[in-house]
Design a protein around this ligand. Structure first.
Ligand SMILES: *[C@@H]1O[C@H](CO)[C@@H](O)[C@H](O)[C@H]1NC(C)=O
Ligand SMILES: *[C@@H]1O[C@H](CO)[C@@H](O)[C@H](O)[C@H]1NC(C)=O
Ligand SMILES: *[C@@H]1O[C@H](CO)[C@@H](O)[C@H](O)[C@H]1NC(C)=O
Ligand SMILES: *[C@@H]1O[C@H](CO)[C@@H](O)[C@H](O)[C@H]1NC(C)=O
Length: 249
């Protein structure tokens, strides 16, 4: 009866019904037939800015499977205890009060159901930060008029993109780069060519972390002009000592 009905249809309609049934069965079976987990979202490498307001971060992970998978995580290749610092929100890992030294490292998600266990790729998690400069005083830099001088910035420990600038004789006077002055964005050092008397003063290196939007200031480096007179006086002294030594022996 049924088969008669089916064969009464023209071949085009039959083909259409068959392919429809195939697709329908495929979706039905996938839902009904139990299968091991498969990732739909794996954790990815990330850099998180560390700032006072932002005290929670998520690392994402999601898998499909039947029955629904449950999740665990690995940190630096060892199983992670879900404790005060961590919680699970579905597959996602939530880190409370993240700290660079405690929570920076490699994370992996594990999804398990009765039919299997899968381990995700390794996701490198890093934190952008910028420490303070040492408050130690910086020694004066002596330079003769017309000469060039390099002032070293020596940035404090940091991670994430940073920008350098310099302040002259206290805020808000920023050293503007021109044909004599240049701030290296690689080292932070300030180069001054053909020093003039107006260059004499205190220079402070300013470092800003773009990701955390934090700024730190070095202690000032005084730039002092070394007068030729002073230099001559030193030669004089040196000559005098030599003369004295000669006359002694
Ligand atoms: C985790 O591993 C990273 C290197 O991948 C290391 O820098 C970090 O200190 C480790 N973290 C802990 C808490 O052991
Ligand atoms: C860095 O210095 C600022 C002001 O100079 C201070 O308020 C802050 O507490 C210092 N931070 C650290 C981590 O020492
Ligand atoms: C540079 O700083 C020192 C000490 O902080 C201060 O005595 C001096 O007057 C400053 N120089 C200038 C030109 O502001
Ligand atoms: C960065 O900080 C400064 C002041 O500290 C503020 O004016 C500025 O809006 C901040 N920028 C961002 C992107 O948060």
């Amino acid at each position: 009866m049924c088969s008669h009905l089916f064969y009464d249809l023209d071949s085009c309609s039959r083909l259409w019904i068959l392919s429809f049934l195939k697709v329908f069965l495929f979706f039905l079976l996938e839902r009904i037939i139990r299968h091991g987990p498969v990732f739909t979202q794996e954790p990815s490498d990330s850099v998180f800015p560390l700032s006072a307001e932002d005290n929670k971060i998520f690392i994402n992970c999601k898998a499909k499977g039947s029955p629904a998978p449950h999740y665990k995580w690995k940190f630096n290749r060892t199983d992670l205890d879900i404790d005060m610092d961590y919680s699970l929100v579905e597959g996602n890992l939530l880190i409370n009060n993240p700290q660079a030294t405690k929570h920076g490292g490699v994370y992996q998600c594990i999804a398990t159901n009765a039919f299997g266990t899968i381990l995700s790729r390794e996701a490198k998690v890093e934190f952008a930060y910028l420490q303070n400069f040492s408050s130690k005083a910086r020694s004066p830099v002596l330079v003769r008029e017309g000469q060039a001088v390099v002032l070293l910035c020596g940035p404090p420990p940091h991670f994430g993109e940073i920008r350098y600038s310099w302040i002259f004789n206290g805020r808000p006077s920023i050293v503007v780069g021109d044909n004599r002055r240049f701030v290296s964005q690689r080292t932070g050092n300030l180069y001054i060519a053909k020093v003039e008397t107006s260059d004499v003063g205190n220079y402070t290196c300013v470092v800003r972390n773009v990701m955390t939007n934090t700024t730190v200031y070095s202690s000032p480096t005084p730039v002092v002009l070394r007068r030729d007179g002073q230099y001559l006086a030193e030669i004089q002294l040196f000559e005098n000592l030599r003369v004295q030594k000669k006359s002694k022996y």
